[in-house]
Design a protein around this ligand. Structure first.
Ligand SMILES: Nc1nc2c(ncn2[C@@H]2O[C@H](COP(=O)(O)OP(=O)(O)OP(=O)(O)O)[C@@H](O)[C@H]2O)c(=O)[nH]1
Ligand SMILES: [Mg+2]
Length: 296
């Protein structure tokens, strides 16, 4: 193992409030859209694994749902993914909007309990005054002993190289955990369901995106295309009609946009067969939440 001494590898959890830019950061690091991102809070519901490898290092990033006070079973399951990522991580990236200082004390208590290096990543500096970002850094560093503070724009890819260098120095020397060409560990059907869910967030309003989940029933790689049969699961009967829309117009648009983004992801033609199913109060039911794939 003499020649692997220089190689470093480790797990890096990306945590923070909803909408802080966690998934945008992971996608930017990987140079590909692995984790869905929208302008709405609570887009990410799972722990999404993204693997960044180069010659001398392998960093396994764990994107997580935004930290909230859970109110129903789905949100409790989401917070379990955050806990698991923090537990698995060697280094934590605490990502905050660069002008945001509104954090409850228990946020920092939780970070303290982890006893791991935590980097403060102040994001969205493209739309924050430098002075205000510096003030945020000062305030947050008074409340928690961060190992480092970095300023980035995940959207504009600024400050990311510096952040990667810093993280690489904090992980241990060791061989890679995954083959170097691997980007993630989720099956392609998971990404398909996420890309459909992304469209639910982009095209529907208020409670709808938060009431739905997506299950891929069948994923078949055929000679000419990938055939996908998926169900959108709603929380209440009245939501079914809203998803479908007048004359099926809304679901048709959803299906078309989701198909296009899945085609980009798999780089081949896709046939997407979409249906809507009602499972009364699935979000509030622990068993249903688990059975629909939200299991840490
Ligand atoms: N201006 C600006 N917008 C950003 C930046 N990074 C992310 N955003 C935007 O912020 C919104 C939320 O980004 P996400 O990456 O989905 O945030 P998240 O932290 O993963 O959110 P949840 O999954 O809901 O917890 C999106 O509209 C992004 O385009 C940035 O550096 N600058
Ligand atoms: Mg996210």
């Amino acid at each position: 193992m003499e020649d692997s001494i220089q190689h470093r590898s480790g797990y890096v959890a990306i945590v923070g409030k909803p909408n802080a830019g966690k998934s945008t950061l992971m996608n930017q690091i990987l140079g590909t859209k692995l984790s869905i991102t929208t302008h709405k809070a609570q887009t990410t519901r799972h722990q999404i694994v993204g693997i960044h490898s180069d010659e001398h290092s392998q960093l396994i990033f764990l994107d997580t749902p935004g930290i909230i006070n859970p109110k129903y079973e789905l949100q409790k399951a989401m917070m379990k993914f955050v806990e698991k990522a923090e537990k698995d991580a060697d280094v934590i990236l605490f990502i905050a909007e660069a002008d945001d200082t509104r954090f409850p004390d228990d946020t920092f208590q939780q970070l303290r309990n982890l006893k791991k290096p935590v980097i403060l990543v102040l994001n969205k500096i493209d739309k924050t005054e430098q002075e205000s970002a510096a003030k945020t850094a000062e305030e947050l560093n008074e409340r928690f002993n961060f190992s480092e503070t970095v300023y980035i724009s995940a959207l504009n890819n600024s400050g990311i190289e510096h952040l990667l260098d810093m993280v690489t120095k904090l992980v241990q020397p060791g061989p890679p955990f995954y083959p170097k060409d691997e980007l993630s560990e989720h099956p392609v059907r998971f990404f398909a369901s996420e890309l459909i869910r992304e469209q639910l967030f982009l095209q529907y309003h208020e409670e709808i995106p938060y009431s739905c989940t997506v299950e891929v029933i069948q994923y078949e790689e055929r000679d000419d295309l990938d055939y996908i049969n998926a169900e959108i699961i709603v929380n209440r009967n009245s939501q079914k009609g809203m998803i479908i829309g007048k004359g099926g117009k809304a679901i048709k648009k959803l299906g078309m946009e989701a198909r296009k983004s899945i085609e980009v992801f798999v780089d081949r033609k896709v046939f997407l067969d979409l249906h809507v199913k009602v499972r009364e109060k699935w979000r509030e039911n622990e068993n249903m939440v688990r059975n629909l794939g939200y299991r840490a």
